[in-house]
Design a protein around this ligand. Structure first.
Ligand code: SF4
Ligand code: SF4
Length: 339
């Protein structure tokens, strides 16, 4: 299979804010309750959404921070409504029944709700907020009752691996159609809790293999080779307007700021952006071609562990070559020097 290619991307991820009412120990965005730097204003986001529609983007995926923590989020959603397929990732603690109905009317097509365990004890440990588990579960119920398809999403760690099967059962009971089991990335606060949270690759593989999903629940897993090298299609903008390709690249790249450069110019002209989309990797496993025709697994993880954009993803069992993913390279924990 040949490497796929887009002239322009059909979909984009937008981190609408770096603020949140929770302060999770694993937060990739280092969220606080107030913006630390100047986020794009409402009118800047609305102009950007018009630009995306004019340039024939068909899907927008909002995440944060917590989108609901931004007071103008419904105005921004309204401007997307029915012009692009609109997806939202949220912890849903602020999602009331009325708001869920409004989102349905605004055309929100699917929610992804972060739920970090099958119990309040586990989830609330991560969020640092007692009662957040119950509120997130209620948010899922409200979304489903309003008719918005909703998935539960968990990041796999040492602290929740023991309740993974119970998690699938909980997601099914809540009415979710899918449960996402995501791998942990060494970003933001998560990297500073790495020893506490990170499992070995073997432990992760065994935990996933043991899962028995309830009938009717689809399980999504972000492990290579199921999870492709999807940089070829990746487009993302952070809360400050930086074009960064993918939220998992947020600490490593900046292709230009949409306040001064049209987004598609960053797509077309930035050398590193083009290089990552070209999919040239040193090695790939025997199953790589089965997924989108791309190779080598996630570029963010490959870079984090090796300092090379072309290296294989150590979360792939076939390509791991003895890398202990529980141990992070020292440079990751400090700002400088990078490899
Ligand atoms: S809920 Fe999400 S955005 Fe908010 S602090 Fe936790 S990880 Fe960060
Ligand atoms: S950094 Fe990883 S998750 Fe992000 S687009 Fe690239 S391969 Fe996909």
């Amino acid at each position: 299979m040949t490497q796929p290619y887009f002239e322009t991307p059909p979909k984009i991820t937008v981190s609408i804010t770096a603020t949140c009412n929770l302060q999770c120990k694993h937060c990739y965005a280092d969220c606080t309750d107030k913006p630390t730097t100047s986020e794009l204003t409402t009118s800047e986001w609305l102009a950007f959404i018009d630009y995306l529609v004019e340039n024939e983007f068909i899907q927008i995926y909002f995440e944060g921070g917590e989108p609901l923590h931004r007071p103008d989020f419904d105005t921004i959603l309204e401007s997307c409504g029915r012009r692009m397929m609109t997806l939202v990732r949220t912890h849903a603690t602020l999602l009331t029944s009325e708001r869920a109905k409004k989102w349905k009317a605004l055309g929100v097509g699917r929610l992804f709700v972060d739920l970090m365990g099958a119990t309040a004890k586990t989830h609330d440990y991560f969020t640092g907020s007692d009662g957040s588990f119950e509120k997130s579960c209620n948010g899922i119920r409200h979304a489903l009752a309003a008719g918005i398809p909703t998935d539960a999403v968990l990041i796999l760690t040492k602290r929740n691996v023991g309740e993974l099967q119970a998690y699938l059962e909980l997601a099914h009971e809540l009415g979710a159609q899918r449960a996402g089991i995501l791998r942990l990335y060494p970003l933001g606060r998560a990297k500073h809790h790495w020893k506490e949270f990170a499992l070995s690759l073997q432990e992760q593989v065994e935990a996933l293999a043991a899962l028995r999903p309830p009938a009717g629940l689809h399980v999504m897993r972000s492990w290579h080779p199921n999870d492709a090298n999807c940089c070829w299609q990746a487009a993302a903008v952070d809360p400050f307007g930086n074009s960064i390709g993918c939220m998992y690249l947020r600490e490593y790249v900046n292709y230009g700021n949409i306040r001064s450069v049209p987004f598609l110019d960053t797509w077309r002209n930035d050398a590193l952006y083009k290089k990552l989309r070209a999919g040239k990797v040193e090695k790939s496993c025997t199953q790589c071609d089965h997924n989108e025709g791309t190779r080598g697994g996630c570029r963010s993880t490959a870079y984090a562990y090796t300092g090379s954009w072309n290296a294989p993803d150590p979360f792939c069992s076939e390509l791991n070559e003895g890398v202990d993913i529980r141990v992070l390279p020292k440079w990751l924990l400090h700002d400088r020097p990078k490899p």
